[in-house]
Design a protein around this ligand. Sequence first.
Ligand SMILES: NC(=O)c1ccc[n+]([C@@H]2O[C@H](COP(=O)([O-])OP(=O)(O)OC[C@H]3O[C@@H](n4cnc5c(N)ncnc54)[C@H](O)[C@@H]3O)[C@@H](O)[C@H]2O)c1
Length: 388
Amino acid sequence: MDTNTHIGIVGAGTMGIGIAQVAATAGHKVFLYDNDADVRLHAAARLNDNVQNIAKKKKWTDPEAEAVLARITFMENMDAFRTCELVVEAIVEDLKQKMHTFEGLEVVVPTTSILATNTSSLSITSIAAGCKEPQRVVGIHFFNPAPLMQLVEIIPAIQTSPEVIAQAQNIIKSWGKTTVLAKDTPGFIVNRVARPFYSEALRILEEGVANFATIDWAMKQMGGFRMGPFELMDFIGQDVNYKVTETVYQSFFYDPRYKPSFSQKRLVEAGFLGRKSGRGFYDYDTNAEKPQPREDKNLGTQIVQRIVTMLTNEAADAVFWNVATKEDVDLAMTLGVNYPKGLLQWADEIGIQKVVETMDNLYDFYREDRYRCSPLLRKMAKLNERFY
Ligand SMILES: NC(=O)c1ccc[n+]([C@@H]2O[C@H](COP(=O)([O-])OP(=O)(O)OC[C@H]3O[C@@H](n4cnc5c(N)ncnc54)[C@H](O)[C@@H]3O)[C@@H](O)[C@H]2O)c1
């Protein structure tokens, strides 16, 4: 997209500020609107801190950082969006409020503008359905922190026109990001495929197979993940992570594969939200005793095999249901959540027959639908096929 075009952002919270920064860095003039006066008051300082952080990481000169900041204007209403060719909504995760915002946007933006939502869990189709011109509504899902995360999921509503899909992909690519295309289904790619990373780890903990420090140790040391599941849940916030699981579970009409965990629910109830509250699974008090992992290689192998098998099964099932291509699923998990390799590439390395066998063993033992093997893997095993 031509950098002369203006970009609008609704919501000056974590994501809105991050996306504004990405667009301004690409050279666009950006208008940022938030309906909360208090947020507006503090947003400029927050944005300034964020830009300084990125400037340090990316070794920008002072004038470069200043130029990025100068391209972002804070607004007290949505009037300035009348010159914007793309508006990205990043307000609170509430369907009614988002629909109301889109209604307001349609009144001010030019007829040629694209209206995007950064929602993590709502249906893009339901947001588009409230619009007069639903064909120009699309999901553009950034990851947090937007200036640093390379991945953006593009999610067309069923009403979105092919031109708008292509334009959205081109704009985001021109901002230096990598896009993947996802069907409008719960969790899109990343928030769906990543569920077993948390939920299977929680199951292993609840069954008493290993403590959380051991599971984290195994997934990092033997699985090659940057963070263990419990560290990561503490980092994301137990409340936020639990809510995503619960939403995905409900949106899938209570498919047992996505069933939330009681241990995590209790943590949320106790206010043990993770790093932000000083305690989650881990205690972040400097004097707290650190839980020690049991560094048993056999146990570690079992843990990694079980969680990675569940992840590869989920990834394969997303391909089976045409949520995304195998290439996009692998890209999404490596760039969106920094997995050490693509899950389908991983399935090839483990061996498709072996993945099927592990899934079937889990299913036979638990007799729960949660452990059903994806038909795609079963078919591939029969035909001796690989993903790549
Ligand atoms: N935080 C994440 O990790 C993350 C990642 C990807 C996507 N998302 C999605 O992005 C969106 C924003 O999330 P966030 O974490 O930035 O939230 P946030 O709470 O940090 O910010 C939301 C902002 O929107 C403002 N707002 C609320 N209603 C508004 C309205 N009607 N008009 C204008 N402004 C309004 C609020 O004052 C607030 O400043 C959500 O849909 C969320 O699901 C969040």
